[in-house]
Design a protein around this ligand. Sequence first.
Ligand code: HEM
Length: 140
Amino acid sequence: MWLKAFHLIFMVTWFAGLFYLPRLFVYHAMSEDLVSIERFKIMERKLYFGIMTPAMVLTLLFGLWMLADYAWNIYRASGWLRIKLFLIVILVGYHALCAKWLLDFKHDRNIHSDVYYRWMNEIPLLLLIAIILLASVKPF
Ligand code: HEM
């Protein structure tokens, strides 16, 4: 139960960043004055490296710890766990894509519009809904 509690605390922290960072990209892509642009760069860097990435690592560590501790023996044959792990690979890929966007903004070479980032912002939401339903309902 302790492992699950920490798994969920770090997952919520990670998702706060996965939702907020692309919002910063939306406003960053719309900004034209230098002061705002430089401020967004600092906010994005601190959010990504100071909060989101440590939270991701800890979410994954606590998840793997639960698997090693008790869950693999119980759930290894179940479909929900396989699909959940597959979706997590996609989620980690999205996290890495955020790093690419962050570096593009940092070096002033972003080519995407604010509308693009608005759409990209929906990806973590869809993954969150699917993963939570799988992990808590365990439908198959
Ligand atoms: C390597 C990555 C991960 C692994 C190995 C993992 C593994 C696990 C395990 C073994 C459980 C306990 C299942 C049980 O005993 O009922 C669990 C619970 C849970 N996980 Fe993960 N997890 C990972 C990442 C994530 C992520 C990224 C999310 C959210 C998007 C997530 C959401 C949840 C939720 C909501 C529960 C609680 C389910 C419940 O008890 O109702 N997990 N996870």
